[in-house]
Design a binder for this molecule. Sequence first.
Ligand code: NAG
Length: 407
Amino acid sequence: MNCLAMETNLKSLSEGGGGCEETPIEFQLPHFGAIFGLCDWCLARTMSGSLLERWWLRAVVAIGLFFLCQMALMMSKVQNLDDEKITLQAEVASLSRRCDELRMEILTKERDVVRMQARAEQLELSVRDKLSLSSNVRRNAPVIYFVTPTAFRPAQKADLTRLSYTLSHVPNLHWIVVEDSEEISNSVEEILRRAKVKYTHLNTLTNPQMKMKFSDPNWYLPRGVEQRNAALEWIRRQLSGASSGVVYFGDDDNTYDLRLFEEIRNVKTAGIWPVGIVGGLFVETPSLDSEGKVQKFNAIWKTERPFPIDMAAFALHISLILKNPKTAFTYNVARGYQESHFLSSLNLLPSDLQPLAQNCTKVYVWHTRTEKSVLSKSNQQRLAEYKNAQFTKLETDALGLDFDEES
Ligand SMILES: *[C@@H]1O[C@H](CO)[C@@H](O)[C@H](O)[C@H]1NC(C)=O
């Protein structure tokens, strides 16, 4: 911009020079009489004869001479202007070169800024991995594969946002988020990106017959079956050679103490710990025998289950998942048997479980649940058909709806 303005200035300067041509003519006018006299005298001296003595001829010759003088003057002036023009052109050329140089410099600096930002982000991550809020965690500690099934509902964005900031404090964690949707949503993707955790974002749509409606009670059908299985499939495919790492199924609305992640990392085969506020109890926990092995459980609901525990109560070493390639969650079990069936099909016995959280004396995870959003009739209606309903921009942002962003 500056360079352009400079160029125009220079142009107008050299154009302005043209206006000066008038000045010399006016300036020369007072000399007219002198030149006329000179010519007269010259003619009288050099030529004789009656012809030259005629006054009009003398006048014509004098005027001619006058104009010749003017021409000569003009020529020299034009010569000067040409010189000036060349100087200015050289100046313009050097300025535009400088302009190019500066532009290059700006580009380099912009590239530097981008590089620095990436570096800052890298540093931030490595600082977090070394100086995490959870202490005593070494950088080369086993990776936690934190599997979160998630489905659209009014509080999905809020729940995932909260969980993302918990997980962003955990070093060596790989968050595997599996959406119950036809395609992955930008809204969830952005939450994952902002959390600056390592993540894998997958999606798989729940069989419509197995999908609960907003009005169904939340125990009505098992949730996250297909999503957890998609994560297991991904782990078996992508991490088939892994010899270290622990898999944990972490729902998006639980509450996690950062100390839980240190416990998860200590899992040798299958670890277990108490879970707060679940199954009608303040805390569900295994009870240990005198040797510190899991003996029984304090659950009060469906106590005949081999493992009457919540999904949040256990974590599995990755080798156990890889050794049992067929083990998966299934709809073909009675209500409440997901965890129990899954652990049984890994050929585990309660006594195989490694009691953690200081021999199951600490609670580091709570089965909190986000209250089902209370909505007016018309908003319940809009939610039921949210793919076709109209939402304001603000509502779209609140709910993390992003399918009509292009319009
Ligand atoms: C857990 O229990 C075992 C066996 O009773 C004991 O040896 C161990 O020190 C206990 N660990 C903690 C952290 O209390």
